[in-house]
Ligand binder design. Structure first.
Ligand code: ATP
Length: 193
């Protein structure tokens, strides 16, 4: 048997919403990936936290969103890494820790054009597959044709964490916009109010 294939989906997940979960579940059920790990980005100590919820609270919400969904997993691997964390460094840590798996990246076509500016971008593109899902209005640019890049047409929800936070602050319902367990926790905890 080959190594298990893990796709990494990075985000601040502040909070996680249905748009994120559609992508995560699409990737794990419709591609060669065996698992998708949702990697919660820690707060950068050099940036103002603003409306960013605490690391562990955001991680907890991702775990609630996942529930018992096969193949999905929340990861706090970046919480203990030097900040800000760079994707290439996180990948090196994961590779060391899990030598029996192969890792690849998941990103929207909006992020693909910025990839050449990431730390050690050449290495990233040399050593890792990149699963890119379409985002309307972002054709993806030159890298769309890169041999390491695989393009996917996933169903999309036009939704952002910013919209969720604003809705909560303004007292509007977020039902259906986040998974039920997440909605309940947000309600009970008073987060983002
Ligand atoms: P914010 O509004 O706070 O900027 P966000 O909803 O964009 O947050 P992130 O945590 O930054 O959430 O998202 C993680 C990843 O998911 C990012 O790469 C982002 O581009 C992508 N993403 C965000 N919203 C959606 C969506 N509705 N559908 C697909 N991908 C999304």
């Amino acid at each position: 048997m080959g190594k298990r294939k893990i796709g990494l989906f990075f985000g601040s997940f502040n909070p996680v919403h249905t748009g994120h979960m559609i992508i995560a579940n699409y990737m794990v059920t419709r591609t060669e990936l065996d698992e998708v790990w949702m990697i919660v980005s820690p707060q950068n100590p050099f940036k103002k936290a603003g409306s960013l919820a605490r690391d562990h609270d955001r991680l907890h919400l991702v775990n609630l969103a996942i529930g018992d969904t096969p193949g999905l997993r929340a990861s706090n691997v970046e919480f203990d890494l030097p900040k800000p964390s760079y994707t290439i460094d996180t990948l090196a840590v994961l590779r060391d820790k899990y030598p029996d798996r192969t890792f690849s990246l998941i990103m929207g076509s909006d992020n693909l054009p910025t990839l050449p500016k990431w730390k050690n971008a050449e290495l990233l593109l040399r050593d890792y597959d990149i699963h890119v899902y379409n985002r309307p209005g972002y054709p993806g640019g030159e890298l769309s044709a890169h041999p390491r890049v695989q393009l996917h047409e996933a169903p999309l929800m036009h939704l952002s964490a910013t919209y969720i936070r604003e809705s909560i602050r303004e007292g509007h319902s977020i039902k259906y916009l986040v998974p039920g367990a997440v909605a309940r926790e947000l309600e009970v905890s008073g987060m983002y109010r």
